[in-house]
Design a protein around this ligand. Structure first.
Ligand code: MN
Length: 274
C-alpha cells in the first residue's frame, strides 16, 4: 500500500505569542499540536483591534480549530479535518458575535497549517502569514488579504509602498465577519530540513524576510520562536506579536537536493577572486 515504507518522519512544533512593548492586551493567539511523529498543526490568529473583543475572536478561532481538528472521526483525510476545523471556528465566532452584544463585530485573521507525512495543507484568511524556509530562502506562501496587498497584487501599488501604506492592515477578508467565508487553501510537499513559520503582522512589519531567516535556524523550534519575538520587541513593535514554527527534522529527501541543484545554485554565488 505504501510506496515508500522506509521513510521516517519526525516533526517539531512550537509557538510563542507576546503582548509586545506598547499594548495592554494581547489580541494575538496561537496553538499547536503534534499527533505522533508525522503529523503537526500550527494555528495563529490576530484579533482585529478596531473591533470589540478582538481578544475573544482570536482565542475562539484557535481553540475551535484545535478542538474540531482533534474531534474528527478516525479515517478523515487530514486536509478535510483542517478545512472543517476552520469553518467551525468561523461559525463559532460569528455566532458569539451575533448573540453577545459586547462581542458584536469581532473578527480575526486565521492561518492554520497542518503537515502530515510530508504533505502541507494550509487554510488562510487575513494578513497573518505562512512562510516556507528552504535552503536558507524564505518564501511567503500566503497572500495578505489587505487593501494594500490586493492593490499590490493587481499591480496598482509597489510591494515597497504596500509595506508602509496606511491601508496595509485594513483587512479585505477575516474570520467571523460572515457566516460563509472564502478561505484560501494551500497545499505543498515538504522535505527533510524544511521549516515553516506562521506569524502575525506584529512580527513581519518590523523584521525583514532576510532578518527572520537566520533566527529560524539553530537549537529547536521553541528557541527559534522566542528569538523572533525578542528581535521584534527590540525593534519596538507597536503591535502584539506571534511566531509559530514547524520543522521537518526527518522526512523524505528533496529530489532536487539529491540531484545537486542546491549545490549548483550556491556555486553561482561563490566569489571567484583571482
Ligand atoms: Mn497584529
Amino acid at each position: 500500500m505504501n510506496a515508500s515504507p522506509e521513510i521516517r518522519f519526525e516533526l517539531e512544533v512550537a509557538a510563542v505569542t507576546d503582548v509586545g512593548t506598547e499594548r495592554e492586551h494581547n489580541e494575538d493567539q496561537c496553538g499547536h499540536l503534534l499527533e505522533g511523529e508525522a503529523c503537526g498543526l500550527l494555528v495563529v490568529a490576530d484579533g482585529v483591534s478596531s473591533a470589540a473583543a478582538g481578544e475573544t475572536a482570536s482565542q475562539t478561532a484557535v481553540a475551535a480549530t484545535l478542538r474540531t481538528f482533534d474531534e474528527q472521526p478516525p479515517g478523515t483525510a487530514t486536509p478535510k479535518r483542517l478545512y472543517r476545523a476552520v469553518q467551525q471556528a468561523n461559525i463559532e465566532i460569528y455566532d458569539l458575535a451575533t448573540m453577545v452584544p459586547e462581542l458584536r463585530g469581532m473578527t480575526t485573521t486565521l492561518t492554520a497549517v497542518v503537515v502530515d507525512r510530508g504533505e502541507l495543507t494550509a487554510a488562510h484568511i487575513g494578513d497573518s502569514r505562512l512562510y516556507l524556509c528552504r535552503d536558507g530562502q524564505l518564501v511567503q506562501l500566503t497572500k495578505d488579504h489587505t487593501v494594500a496587498g490586493e492593490k499590490s497584487r493587481m499591480g496598482l501599488m509597489s510591494k515597497t509602498r504596500a509595506r508602509s501604506h496606511p491601508d496595509r492592515s485594513v483587512l479585505t477578508r477575516s474570520l467571523g465577519r460572515e457566516l460563509i467565508v472564502p478561505i484560501d487553501r494551500i497545499s505543498n510537499r515538504l522535505y527533510r530540513g524544511d521549516t515553516l513559520l506562521v506569524c502575525s503582522d506584529g512580527l513581519y512589519n518590523v523584521l525583514e524576510d532576510d532578518e527572520m531567516t537566520p533566527l529560524l535556524r539553530g537549537d529547536d523550534a521553541a528557541t527559534a520562536c522566542q528569538r523572533l519575538v525578542d528581535a521584534a520587541n527590540q525593534r519596538g513593535t507597536l503591535d502584539n506579536l506571534t511566531a509559530a514554527v514547524l520543522r521537518v527534522l526527518d522526512g523524505p529527501e528533496r529530489p532536487e537536493a539529491s540531484a545537486g541543484l542546491g549545490a549548483r545554485i550556491r556555486s553561482l554565488f561563490v566569489r571567484r577572486d583571482g
